[in-house]
Design a protein. Structure first.
Ligand code: ADP
Length: 213
């Protein structure tokens, strides 16, 4: 999936979150977005997800500005998302969380059981699938989030500070898995991070934001 920001500005009332930002993430790219707290990283993620609209400028998905609800929904269904705070529904099991997300993206009903099994096996969560999020460790929870994201066979994975709550070993495992998805499946990856060691260890494109953006 290709994402292009064309002179995008986003203000929240009087607060400027990003200003006149242009970049292109091509199909199959692995791109880091970095910058200090408050520089607009989460705003970019929300703009890509169409949760908020730019104040000015355009966001093109595969060369096109999505206009209708259907176009926006179709794009959204191709995006897997993982967050620093996991955003799992606490009173559903890991398996039910994955199933719910598949349902939300209108995944073909008859393919849901296999999609869940495959994602759970890939993330080595076979003996955690019937547990609730509160029963998992941080590293397991982030693997569960990744299982939820990859189950939909995404064309793009958006990862918003995904290593923020992980110890270095789990953080590194997560990044290695994202790299694998990118290289083996051609999934486009956009990851926000302020972990400079992760940025330095992978030779990938980096979008650097400053507070003045
Ligand atoms: P980052 O993810 O890099 O920490 P954010 O995108 O969350 O940055 O925020 C960028 C700027 O926009 C910050 O100054 C922040 O306070 C402001 N901001 C973010 N969300 C809102 C909001 N809903 N209302 C007002 N200001 C916001």
């Amino acid at each position: 999936m290709e994402i292009k920001f064309d002179s995008v500005t986003k203000n929240y009332g009087p607060i400027s979150a990003i200003k006149d930002l242009s970049f292109t993430v091509s199909q199959g790219d692995f791109v880091f977005i970095t910058g200090p707290s408050g520089s607009g990283k989460s705003t970019i993620i929300k703009l890509i997800l169409n949760q908020i609209k730019p104040t000015s400028g355009h966001i093109l998905v595969n060369g096109k500005i999505p206009k209708t609800e259907k176009e926006i929904d179709d794009n959204r269904r191709k995006i897997g998302v993982i967050f620093q705070d996991f955003q799992m529904i606490t009173d559903l099991t890991i398996e039910e969380n994955i199933a719910l997300n598949l349902d939300i993206v209108n995944f073909p009903q008859d393919q849901i059981p296999l999609a869940i099994d495959t994602a759970i096996k890939k993330m080595k969560l076979q003996n955690r699938r019937f547990l609730f999020p509160g029963q998992l460790s941080g590293g397991e929870l982030q693997r569960a989030c990744l299982a939820r994201a990859i189950a939909i066979s995404p064309q793009l994975i958006l990862a918003d500070e995904p290593t923020g709550n992980l110890d270095p070993v789990n953080a590194w495992n997560l990044v290695k898995y994202l790299k694998y998805e990118n290289e083996k499946r051609g999934t486009t990856i956009i990851m926000t991070t302020h972990h400079l060691d992760i940025l330095k260890s992978l030779d990938k494109k980096v979008i650097r934001l400053t507070k003045e953006n």
